[in-house]
Design a protein around this ligand. Sequence first.
Ligand SMILES: Nc1ncnc2c1ncn2[C@@H]1O[C@H](COP(=O)(O)OP(=O)(O)OP(=O)(O)O)[C@@H](O)[C@H]1O
Ligand SMILES: [Mg+2]
Length: 239
Amino acid sequence: MQQQQGPRGAFILFEGVDRCGKSTQTSLLAKALQSKGVAVESWNFPDRKNTVTGHAINEYLAGKQDHNDRAIHLLFSANRWEKSDALLRALHSGTSLVVDRYAYSGVAYSAAKALPGMDAAWCKAPDAGLPAPDLVVYLELDNAAAAARAGFGGERYEKAEFQDRVRAAFQQLKEPSWLVVDASQSVEQIHEQILAEALQVVRRCKEGQPIQQLWGAAAAAAGEDRTPLAEQQQQQQAE
Ligand SMILES: Nc1ncnc2c1ncn2[C@@H]1O[C@H](COP(=O)(O)OP(=O)(O)OP(=O)(O)O)[C@@H](O)[C@H]1O
Ligand SMILES: [Mg+2]
């Protein structure tokens, strides 16, 4: 039985393939929560600006620099670890975070490369122990609908065939707790479904629902330590 913690902000994550509407919905949700008096910030990963890894990731995505595939995967993971302390501080200070992409994208895009030795299990390993989101909103959109939206940019990964493989990789990562939303609906319809769920999650976190770690379900199945992060930190301080 996990102990309840003090009030805290909620970590709400948007995931999905390119063009499914993550940035649109992140921004709408953050505004809606704010208008309801919730302290909230919008974040997105990779953080290309305020991190040591951000510049290298930016050059890679822009196609200006190649990297070993394992190395770039680890850089993306490191980018999340670089922000993890600030992320926890924000949650513990009572600020909710609406986040555009995180570790699930990290795994899906690398696993979609289908390279020998870089299967989903390998790709997940470096993110194990990161703060886990309280809600994952998965915006589901097929390739034809995604392609019909404003054209892909010139960045690496923005190719229809690769996006199909990313979509398949996300399907493998999907957990029963995810809120899966049909992203072919109107912006407003999608937003309303998400807002209702997000408000409940914000309330539960305010009541002290413990922060979990990635990869929650996998860690439980393997019988690994699932001690909530805040509890671990208290234990470390006591030692
Ligand atoms: N529900 C919707 N119906 C139609 N068009 C939409 C919808 N949601 C977003 N769009 C449009 O689709 C395009 C992509 O949306 P958005 O940038 O929010 O997606 P994204 O998932 O953040 O994409 P990326 O992965 O490339 O960052 C934008 O032009 C946006 O205005
Ligand atoms: Mg976006």
